[in-house]
Write a protein that binds this ligand. Structure first.
Ligand SMILES: [Zn+2]
Length: 122
């Protein structure tokens, strides 16, 4: 089982890196390479790129995707991978298989109330 997690982690790290590259690439000016050298450290540059993309309405989903992937990696470290971040219930295996970086169960992702009122069942 541990090796599965290693594979998963590698996959998530790869996904995260590609998301960062995509965001950085989109934020670049069309004349690539030659243009400005704003101190290219991943992190600062990414944040700047993201806020710029968000302004023009393109970066939101990329940003959300990157954040989710990073969160999934943290959950691997925490040992809470596969557990919903919102309600704490296990996430369905099929859902995890389809989206390895998913951090919420299907109920929470579909806009259910964040906290389920315990007395509200019928
Ligand atoms: Zn949930």
């Amino acid at each position: 089982m541990a090796s599965d997690l290693d594979t998963l982690r590698a996959e998530l790290e790869d996904r995260r890196d590609r998301a960062r590259e995509t965001i950085a690439g989109l934020a670049k000016t069309p004349e690539r390479g030659t243009a400005q050298g704003f101190g290219k450290r991943i992190g600062d540059g990414t944040v700047e790129a993201i806020s710029r993309l968000t302004e023009i309405g393109v970066g939101t989903s990329l940003e959300a995707g990157l954040e989710r992937t990073e969160r999934a990696l943290v959950k691997l470290d925490e040992g809470t991978y596969g557990v919903c971040d919102v309600c704490g219930e296990p996430i369905a295996e099929r859902r995890l298989a389809a989206m390895p970086d998913v951090v919420t169960c299907v109920d929470c992702a579909s806009g259910q109330p964040r906290v389920r009122p315990p007395s509200r069942r019928q």
